[in-house]
Ligand binder design. Structure first.
Ligand SMILES: CC(C)(COP(=O)(O)OP(=O)(O)OC[C@H]1O[C@@H](n2cnc3c(N)ncnc32)[C@H](O)[C@@H]1OP(=O)(O)O)[C@@H](O)C(=O)NCCC(=O)NCCS
Length: 179
């Protein structure tokens, strides 16, 4: 089902396997950090209904959230990738994608959302904090750029900071963490 994002003509729709090729072509400009993540076709095939694509009025892809509800931790929904192209940023697309993903997560029984970021990526971390996410300190994490991080999390020298919020609205997440 499509739904309008805001006064500007964006819509959100589920991701399909057929979107993969088109997104591969444009994705380079959507990610500031290098190396940029690989867009795995597998995600599009298996997580399409818990993921979403934003498109503008001309049908141009304008943002993407890819995520899933954990089979082993069904109360937990995981954002695997969230990106908005530079031309569409700071217009609420990222917020709408997180809100939409939260709705999908709740509908599937999840109560919290987990997302990862590079500890030294102020844009991603600023965005996650604005969305009500708070940093997690999993066992073995160490401070990095002011946040707890799993050092060399994937074995390729890249550190990972994990963030979490309730699957409900961002304000509720902030209230829950301050009580
Ligand atoms: C991070 C990203 C998804 C934000 O998308 P967006 O559509 O611009 O986000 P929104 O317009 O909904 O921003 C909502 C709020 O998040 C915060 N925010 C967004 N971008 C930010 C930035 N670069 N630095 C600090 N805070 C930021 C702001 O508080 C913003 O509200 P404001 O515009 O009223 O100040 C986008 O910049 C992006 O794709 N970056 C590259 C990939 C990436 O880092 N992904 C995030 C992984 S968690």
């Amino acid at each position: 089902m499509e739904r309008p994002l805001n006064a500007m003509a964006f819509t959100l729709r589920p991701l399909t396997e057929a979107d993969h090729a088109a997104l591969i072509d444009v994705f380079d400009g959507w990610w500031d950090e290098r190396p940029r993540p690989k867009l795995e076709r597998l995600w599009f095939r298996h997580w399409g209904s818990t993921s979403a694509l934003a498109v503008d009025a001309r049908g141009r892809p304008a943002g993407l959230v890819i995520g899933f509800v954990s089979p082993d931790h069904p109360d937990e929904a995981v954002v695997r990738l969230l990106a908005v192209p530079a031309w569409a940023r700071r217009r609420g697309v990222g917020t709408a994608l997180v809100d939409h993903f939260a709705g999908l997560a709740i509908a599937r029984g999840a109560v919290r959302i987990v997302a990862g970021a590079k500890p030294g990526d102020p844009a991603a971390i600023g965005f996650l904090r604005a969305m009500g996410f708070v940093a997690l300190a999993p066992p073995g994490s160490r401070p990095s750029y002011g946040v707890p991080a799993l050092l060399d999390a994937g074995g390729r020298g890249e550190d990972l900071a994990l963030f979490e919020r309730a699957a409900g609205p961002a304000q509720a997440a902030e209230d829950a963490t301050s009580s």
